[in-house]
Write a protein that binds this ligand. Structure first.
Ligand code: NAP
Length: 327
């Protein structure tokens, strides 16, 4: 049986590596953190498959470096904006991702961030740790209620829907804007109402972003959109950093255009706009949307399964570019 040569760009949970090891000779980058570009270009040479992370830019240069042997790029993420899918398709290379499996976990984190910023949990934590908590106070850290408020979901896909289900438990009204409206029965079941983006921004107390990063969604939320939001509203972003114009967000937060923000992702990760670090009305998380042990393990198994299926001539379950099979 042919053993396939596979490169994994960073350590992932063992369960995924075990699946790969059944059929492939696997090399895992031993470098802590994101793999340096020149090492990536060297390591992919002659490989049949690459198991990549969202921190790896997989473009034409990488595909060229891998040469003719490369048949699949399996992304360990739901998003695949780090991969030049068009180029891969042109070269007959399958691209796969790990959607669905992380939707509930990412929706949990979204709600955790929303609650944290509205109820000023991080400020409270800092206060207690600093020894300045002198006892219950009627005016201490007054925040905003979440229950009964209006939630605006931008991008009602897998994660957006999981967030909508959670909002029902908080008796929230849910508005959504997406590329297209859901069928009426599905809207009814989820108790969500479709509106255009400007209306969503004007009406929502909390706006949460769940679109993929594409050309169309780059800076989807900028100065103009932030100005449409209520002064009392909060923005939550667990999608991708560049969906929000981070400089415009800083200005809006500083000038009271909106009340607060909670962010799991940043425009130039791992760099963060300096001023965000100093603003009290912001909660910051280090891109941990899918970071539960169970989910990261399932993602590893799914990414490995996608890769192995592609190499063994089967159709991977989560194929981003099915048109590649026609060629
Ligand atoms: P999904 O199921 O594909 O949902 C994305 C939704 O956005 C779909 O309803 C899609 O509409 C809609 N959409 C796409 N382009 C749009 C546009 N230009 N305007 C308005 N709506 C648009 O993806 P998902 O699994 O929910 O994940 C969403 C994103 O979250 C991922 O792409 C990833 O970048 C991010 N993510 C982040 C973390 C984290 O760690 N923070 C974890 C997981 C995922 P169609 O159905 O018409 O395409």
């Amino acid at each position: 049986m042919e053993r396939y040569r596979v490169f994994v760009t960073r350590a992932i949970p063992q369960e995924g590596l075990e699946i790969l090891g059944r059929f492939c000779d696997v090399e895992v980058s031993a470098i802590p953190g994101a793999i340096p570009r020149e090492v990536l270009l060297e390591k992919v040479k002659g490989k049949h498959g690459i198991l990549a992370l969202l921190t790896d830019t997989i473009d034409r240069e990488v595909m060229e470096a891998a040469s003719e042997t490369l048949r699949v790029i399996s992304n360990y993420a739901a998003g695949f904006n780090n991969i030049d899918v068009e180029e891969a398709t042109r070269r007959g290379i399958m691209v796969t991702n790990t959607p669905g499996v992380l939707a509930e976990t990412t929706a949990d984190l979204t709600f955790a961030l929303l609650l944290a910023v509205a109820r000023r949990i991080v400020e409270g934590d800092k206060l207690v740790r600093s020894g300045q908590f002198t006892g219950w106070d009627p005016l201490l850290l007054l925040g905003e209620d979440v229950y009964g408020k209006t939630l605006g979901i931008v991008g009602l896909g897998r994660i957006g829907k999981a967030v909508a289900r959670r909002a029902l438990g908080f008796s929230m009204q849910v508005l959504y804007y997406s590329r297209r409206a859901l069928p009426k029965e599905e809207e009814k079941a989820l108790r969500v109402r479709y509106v255009e983006l400007p209306e969503l921004l004007q009406c929502a107390d909390f706006v949460t972003l769940h679109v993929p990063l594409t050309e169309a969604t780059h800076h989807l939320i900028g100065e103009r959109e932030l100005a449409m939001m209520k002064k009392s509203a909060y923005l939550v972003n667990t999608s991708r950093g560049p969906v929000v114009d981070e400089k415009a967000l800083v200005r809006a937060l500083r000038e009271g255009i909106i009340r607060g923000a909670a962010l799991d992702v940043f425009e130039n990760e791992p760099d963060v706009e300096e001023e965000l670090l100093t603003l009290p009305n912001v909660v910051l998380a280090p891109h941990i949307g899918s970071a539960s042990l169970a989910t990261r393990t399932r993602m590893a198994m799914m990414a490995a399964d996608n890769l192995v299926k592609a190499l063994r001539g089967e159709r991977p379950e989560y194929l981003v570019n099915p048109e590649v099979l026609k060629g």
